[in-house]
Design a protein around this ligand. Structure first.
Ligand SMILES: C[S@@+](CC[C@H](N)C(=O)[O-])C[C@H]1O[C@@H](n2cnc3c(N)ncnc32)[C@H](O)[C@@H]1O
Length: 361
């Protein structure tokens, strides 16, 4: 997924830098601003036990699958409803179920009625986030997954796999420039194609992992690990507004929505890390409460906190240092309205080795 602040192209830099700092007996990696889960996934594959968290529910869903699921999914109960499943090899059943859902006839549900032209054309503020066909396909798939869960035909692991597959797939057909803060007037090419549900990849290993959906400052005292990796928002752009539609598809909770973009209420998900006046206090609180041997922080040179702020706060816990890498900025930032000087920013990986006297592990 094309996600603001995604670390997908910085994974090697993160790993190489982290390995220069940590000792070899570290086994637990905490990714507590997890977003797409790409960092946790990478370190899960390297053999770490992962603890993941994010305040957004769609992110919880992605991490609950990519991180939390670590055994093959066999859809054993669903075969009562779809007997053909019994003839499918276990490792192909994920594809079979996704194909089955892709073939469903579309229905006019919450997404069609509120985010497609067909459902909104007679309103004061028509919306076109998806083609009519894809809105209806999305509704049909999402409703079927929920019905299967309600009827206990799928296990939680299977449920989160299916919703992850839907969130990741529908995002590829969205009629947006990249995020959900606005939609395009005309249906772009990729939005005209019909939604196909692609099965999300599954990383199988023998470890069990933990996944949370909480405000990090609330969670941090409840978890401990060797390596705490922090990747907060860098600026004022709230994830709750930029990805509101993914939140609604993941929750499918018929929320009250308002305005041109059909925004849901996000009071509980407003991040302090997006507020210039509040971020330092929140970050200091987090660093002081953290329970780990090492803390790493991704941030860039244009973020709301200055490098001095970060250094001053992280040094409170022990020996501080940092690594840097030049980085191409996120695509959606390339608008005329934004007043950035360069296409490249400097990405920092700050770290602190926690001193024994303040180390709470
Ligand atoms: C820079 S993104 C993380 C990107 C992620 N590392 C990736 O590569 O996909 C920051 C994430 O922090 C989450 N977030 C913001 N404030 C939070 C908070 N107070 N507690 C937990 N998560 C928060 C956002 O929802 C967003 O997913």
């Amino acid at each position: 997924m094309n996600y603001i602040g995604s670390k997908s192209s910085l994974l090697q830099f993160l790993e190489e830098s982290i390995n220069k700092v940590v000792d070899t007996d570290c086994t637990t990696f905490c990714d507590l601003f997890a977003g797409t889960g790409i960092v946790g996934r990478y370190f899960k594959q390297k053999g770490y036990k992962i603890i993941a968290n994010d305040i957004q529910y769609y992110s919880y869903v992605l991490n609950r699958h990519y991180i939390g699921n670590h055994k093959e999914l066999n859809f054993a109960k669903l075969s009562k409803k779809i007997p053909e499943l019994n003839n499918v090899k276990i490792n192909k059943r994920k594809n079979f179920v996704c194909d089955y859902l892709s073939d469903l006839k579309g229905v006019k549900g919450f997404i069609y009625e509120n985010y497609c032209l067909g459902g909104t054309k007679d309103r004061k503020e028509p919306r076109q986030y998806f083609s009519d066909e894809n809105g209806m396909r999305c509704d049909a798939i999402r409703q079927k997954i929920e019905n299967w869960k309600r009827q206990k035909l799928i296990l939680d692991d299977e449920y989160y796999f299916l919703i992850t597959s839907l969130v990741e797939s529908i995002d590829k057909y969205a009629n947006t420039a990249s995020v959900y803060g606005a939609f395009l007037k005309k249906l772009k090419k990729t939005a005209q194609k019909n939604l196909v549900l692609e099965p999300a990849s599954l990383i199988i290993n023998s470890q069990s992992h933990k996944v949370f959906n909480e405000d990090i400052n609330e969670l941090t005292q409840k978890v401990k690990g060797d390596i705490l990796y922090l990747d907060p928002p860098y600026n004022h752009r709230q994830y709750a507004t930029n990805y509101h539609l993914l939140e609604t598809i993941a929750k499918y909770d018929n929320p009250k929505i308002h305005g041109k973009t059909g925004l849901r209420d996000y009071n509980d998900q407003k991040s302090l890390y997006c507020s210039r006046s509040k971020v330092k206090t929140a970050f200091k609180d987090l660093i002081l409460k953290a329970r780990a041997k090492y803390i790493f922080l991704s941030y860039n040179n244009e973020g709301l906190m200055t490098l001095e702020d970060i250094k001053e706060i992280m040094r409170l816990r022990g020996q501080y240092g940092y690594f840097t890498k030049k980085y191409h900025r996120f695509k959606a930032d390339k608008t005329k309205n934004r007043n950035y000087k360069a296409n490249k920013t400097v990405e920092y990986l700050h770290y602190v080795k926690l001193s024994k006297n303040r180390n709470l592990v």
